[in-house]
Design a protein around this ligand. Structure first.
Ligand code: PGA
Length: 252
């Protein structure tokens, strides 16, 4: 099980440090925790998290290695500042910055070239779901957003219905299960199981302490990508506990 925190553009440096300290105080052997922070916080948080098992990441990187791209951040810079992973193609990047799936794939290739793991986000809008094309849209995004080279163990997918992000609206368990099954089917057969080298698929969109256990128990759901609830230590800890419980049940 994997639980990823996405702080987005929130928290003062002081509040971020306190939250990271709280995360670092816990050890959750059975749950992999990832933390995606705003770019200026990557270096200070990497220092805070040094002795912890939390894996730190940026929230985007540029597709080029370096160059005249004012305001952008390269995969190398993230890595040099202590990130080991990067979030790519989040729906807020796709809408705020018009990022296409082809661009996301180029960023993915660049991040992998610098040794970063990647979490690639895909998800349909409300209009697309209402029009009955959610699955087609998501599978197309999946195909177009992944790089051609897919090294084992470096890639995570996050399925986040756009209308469920930050709204308190969660997709129904049936809809989540159906979409995760469709995604698993669309992945190369060597990478769609639970075995070594397989690609984990997280659910994101208003994951909270009170719905995490039900979502994480669904087949083909390997954990969650958490925005709002990751800004509060107790809420995030409770979501991680729900993931740890699933791992324990699965292991017995
Ligand atoms: P949310 O955000 O948990 O606040 O809905 C999830 C995300 O955007 O990653």
């Amino acid at each position: 099980m994997i639980v990823a925190a996405n702080w987005k553009m929130n928290l003062s440096l002081e509040a971020a440090g306190a939250l990271a300290h709280g995360l670092a105080m816990r050890r959750l052997g059975s749950v992999r925790r990832l933390l995606f922070v705003p770019h200026p916080y990557v270096l200070p948080m990497s220092i805070r998290l040094q002795a912890s098992d939390v894996r730190l990441g940026g929230q985007d990187c540029h597709q080029a290695e370096s160059g005249a791209h004012t305001g952008d951040v390269s995969a190398m810079m993230l890595r040099d500042c202590g990130a080991v992973t990067v979030l790519l193609g989040h729906s807020e990047r796709r809408s705020d910055h018009s990022e296409s799936s082809a661009l996301v794939a180029a960023k993915a290739a660049q991040a992998l070239a610098y040794g970063l793991d990647i979490v690639v986000c895909i998800g349909e809008t409300l209009a697309e779901r209402q029009a009955g094309v959610a699955e087609d849209v998501v599978i197309q995004q999946l195909r177009d957003s992944l790089p051609t080279e897919m090294p084992a163990g470096k890639i995570i997918i996050a399925y986040e219905p756009v209308w469920a992000i930050g709204t308190g609206m969660v997709a129904s368990l049936d809809d989540i299960a159906a979409m995760h099954q469709a995604i698993a089917k669309a992945l190369p057969s060597s990478q769609n199981g639970t075995g070594e080298g397989s690609i984990p698929v997280l659910y994101g969109g208003s994951v909270k302490a009170d719905n995490a256990a039900d979502i994480f128990a669904l087949p083909h759901v390997s954990g969650g990508l958490v925005g709002g609830a990751s800004l509060e230590l107790r809420a995030f800890d409770a979501i991680c506990d729900a993931a740890a419980d699933i791992t324990t049940v699965a292991g017995t």
